[in-house]
Design a binder for this molecule. Structure first.
Ligand code: RI2
Length: 323
């Protein structure tokens, strides 16, 4: 390892995030924080960095950049890197190492606690006997449903499969394990089933300052349909999903994924010359979302900017940048 080279664990984590072996905004965030702790341990041992605090810091910044470049949309990833790097302090490599490892552990602990607290807030929006509809696989959304079940409420679920990667299957399995009766449907059947649903519960990869919810592709259409049918829809999102850069007018980059997720290359070949596009996320305008549920309580989307300012000030530092 040279002074700025990522440790093998950082490279492995970055690869797993890029290929979606590690996925889901919260899971990506804790994996990234843990990878920085690993980088700190490795850099404290490596010849090029062990005796040189500045080289150690540079290697942590480089590792953060490697992790940052994996997927562009979920802000929990840069927010995790920011949390850890802003707490890196000390005038010796050993102190620096300790501060990074401690920050990483504290971050993962806070994330777990936030999800538990958020689950309680979201569960209070669900009533005994409710049927919920889900989209994609969100650990924050599941926390709300599971907490409602733990409160003794009887909840059933209509689970959208969520093309193209069918992450609804993971949701179906986890809800079934929690004792929730599950009906799996294809995405295009959602509107038909909304008549049988009391609440739509989705997660988020990022929340913009205007209350726009960036989540798995298909969320915005679901929200519009839910509004038309009079079914309330909530986004379960820890504050780590609040996107500080949108406070200064930046838009959130929507990840475009491989077209092979949409159509098998052979089937595509058989069709002939066509374009295929595969955006992974979309933006639900705040007027179609009833509430954003966080560990700090629930908010109408339009008021989330107040919480963002409290948590992030007027913008976001980039502690991974070269000085
Ligand atoms: P939690 C996922 O993105 C989904 O869009 C999901 O709603 C969101 O992250 C939040 O997940 P992807 O990584 O943080 O599957 O609630 O593309 O687990």
């Amino acid at each position: 390892m040279t002074d700025t080279e990522p440790s093998p664990a950082v490279s492995e984590t970055a690869e797993s995030i890029a290929t979606m072996e590690i996925r889901g905004a919260a899971t990506i965030a804790s994996a990234a924080a843990e990878a920085l702790a690993d980088q700190a341990e490795a850099a404290a041992e490596a010849d090029a960095t062990a005796g040189d605090p500045e080289a150690f810091r540079a290697s942590l910044r480089a590792a953060a950049r490697t992790l940052r470049e994996t997927r562009p949309t979920a802000v929990s990833l840069p927010n995790a890197l920011r949390y850890v790097l802003q707490r890196m302090e000390g005038d010796s490599v050993d102190r620096l190492r300790r501060s990074v490892v401690d920050a990483s552990e504290a971050f993962v602990e806070q994330l777990d606690r936030a999800q538990e607290d958020l689950g309680q807030v979201g569960a209070n929006r669900l009533a005994d006997g409710d049927t919920v509809m889900t989209h994609c696989h969100s650990t924050d959304a599941l926390a709300c449903i599971e907490a409602a079940v733990e409160q003794g409420k009887s909840i059933s679920a209509v689970v959208k499969e969520t093309r193209p990667r069918q992450q609804g299957h993971i949701t179906a399995e986890q809800l079934r394990d929690a004792g929730v009766p599950v009906t799996l449907i294809v995405d295009s059947a959602a509107r038909r089933y909304l008549d049988e649903v009391d609440h739509v519960v989705v997660g988020a990869d990022s929340i913009a300052a205007d209350g726009g919810v960036i989540n798995k592709i298909g969320t915005s259409g679901l929200a519009v349909n839910a509004r038309e049918r009079g079914v309330p829809i909530m986004t379960a999102a820890q504050t780590i999903k609040l996107h500080p850069e949108t406070l200064t007018g930046h838009t959130v980059e929507i990840e475009m994924r491989d077209e092979a997720e949409v159509i098998d290359p052979e089937a595509r070949e058989a069709i002939g010359q066509i374009d295929v596009e595969n955006p992974a996320f979309d933006v639900t305008p705040p007027r179609y979302m009833d509430a954003i549920v966080t560990e700090q309580g629930q908010f109408p989307p339009e008021s989330i900017v107040t919480l963002m300012r409290e948590l992030f000030g007027e913008g976001a530092a980039e502690p991974w940048a070269e000085p």
